[in-house]
Design a protein around this ligand. Structure first.
Ligand SMILES: Cc1cc2nc3c(=O)[nH]c(=O)nc-3n(C[C@H](O)[C@H](O)[C@H](O)COP(=O)(O)O)c2cc1C
Length: 362
């Protein structure tokens, strides 16, 4: 027996896995092509992709658009039919400009989290690109579904539930993360499925619910499918792949991390984040870091008195500075080697099927 394939924007993948978008410049065309080749869905992160371009500090939006186009073209040259999306955080300034630009590109979906993307459907009118969202609670899913229905008569192509073990920015308050007052991913998925069902019935469609955050292996994936998820979103595991677009130094920080190296940091975005302990996280325990420049990236950044600049520190780390901010998911410490994406995917699928007592080949 096989796993139920996942269909997004009229295209189907063999394995119900979405490779999650990772900024800055962690998930770009190399990782995306390897993921599509391995039978899963790929996502590039739109976050400051133009970071390494000469004019970035003068014209960040223009340079980000140029680089996004280059990356999408590199994927479509090799994989014209693969399922490809772009992760666009709602917390960024000029969100509408980015979404409108992406709506004209050869991609299948835009997926937005880091805030409530109430306005995403507005930019997708007359576009073949579909909208989807990432939430950390069923309550947020309900607000978005109701709003998209009432304002636009539009439904998401899929919904990602992101739990407390995810990487990057986390959709829970610092206090709740510290006190452990957060729902498990399984419970978020179960509650979200119930709400999504109401809109599936109303619109006569299916809306896949995808579970992300701490899905490391086949057993994790099976657990999510058993509580009703239609697929999983996996990010951290793919950082430790030969094909990931991050620098080798970044990847090795993940590979060499121990459980005690994975810490929480406050982000200037006003949300907690998760990172590998290093020079930066230790310094932040005592003082704020100097901010060298500002490209006005986040709506939620106060700009003054902030602990560090998120663009500067994430951009530096992906380019190879191990003293920069190394975002990670909670289970990075379980990774002990670099591998090829195809091997990672095949291992997860094989073990997931074993957990589910499926028999037969891939
Ligand atoms: C290095 C890193 C960067 C990330 N960047 C983004 C991002 O730009 N936008 C976003 O919505 N989520 C981002 N995330 C979250 C992931 O897309 C994903 O949903 C989550 O990390 C899944 O959990 P996992 O890493 O345990 O697999 C990032 C995660 C990591 C580890």
């Amino acid at each position: 027996m096989n796993l139920k394939p996942l269909t997004i924007n009229g295209k189907t993948v063999q394995f119900p896995i979405i490779q999650g978008g990772m900024g800055i410049r962690i998930s770009l065309s190399k990782l995306a092509n390897a993921c599509i080749d391995s039978g899963i869905i790929a996502t590039i992160s739109a976050a400051q992709v133009g970071f390494l371009r000469k004019n970035f500090r003068k014209d960040p939006i223009g340079e980000n658009f140029k680089e996004l186009k280059i990356e999408i073209d590199k994927i479509r040259a090799v994989n014209p039919d693969g399922i490809l999306g772009v992760n666009l955080m709602h917390a960024i300034n000029h969100y509408g400009e980015y979404a409108s630009f992406l709506a004209t590109q050869d991609i299948d979906f835009i997926v937005s989290g880091a805030g409530l993307p109430l306005d995403l459907p507005e930019y997708l009118e007359d576009s073949s690109v579909k909208g989807a969202f990432i939430v950390s609670s069923a309550r947020a899913a309900k607000i978005l579904l109701r709003s998209w229905d009432r304002r636009y008569n539009y439904m998401p192509e899929f919904v990602v539930c992101e739990g407390p073990l995810a990487g990057g920015h986390l959709g829970f308050s610092k206090e709740d993360m510290e006190s452990g007052n957060v729902m498990s991913l399984e419970d978020i998925v179960k509650e979200t499925k119930e709400i999504v069902k109401v809109y599936e019935e109303k619109f006569g469609i299916t809306i896949p619910v995808i579970a992300g955050g701490g899905v490391h292996d086949g057993a994790d994936m099976a657990r999510m499918l058993n509580v009703g998820a239609d697929g999983v979103q996996i990010s951290t595991r793919f950082i430790a792949s030969h094909e990931c677009d991050a620098s080798l130094d970044y990847k090795m920080m993940i590979v060499n991390s121990k459980e005690s190296d994975i810490v929480r940091v406050s982000s200037p975005a006003g949300l907690p984040g998760r990172a590998i302990k290093n020079f930066l996280t230790k310094k932040l325990e005592k003082e704020n870091l100097k901010v060298s420049y500002c490209v006005d990236c986040l709506k939620t950044c106060k700009k003054v008195g902030i602990p560090y600049c998120i663009t500067e520190q994430l951009g530096n780390s992906s380019a190879g500075d191990i003293d920069g901010l190394i975002f990670t998911g909670a289970k990075a410490y379980l990774i002990d080697k670099l591998d090829y994406v195809e091997n990672i995917v095949n291992e997860i699928i094989r073990d997931c099927k074993l957990e589910l007592n499926f028999t037969g080949g891939m």
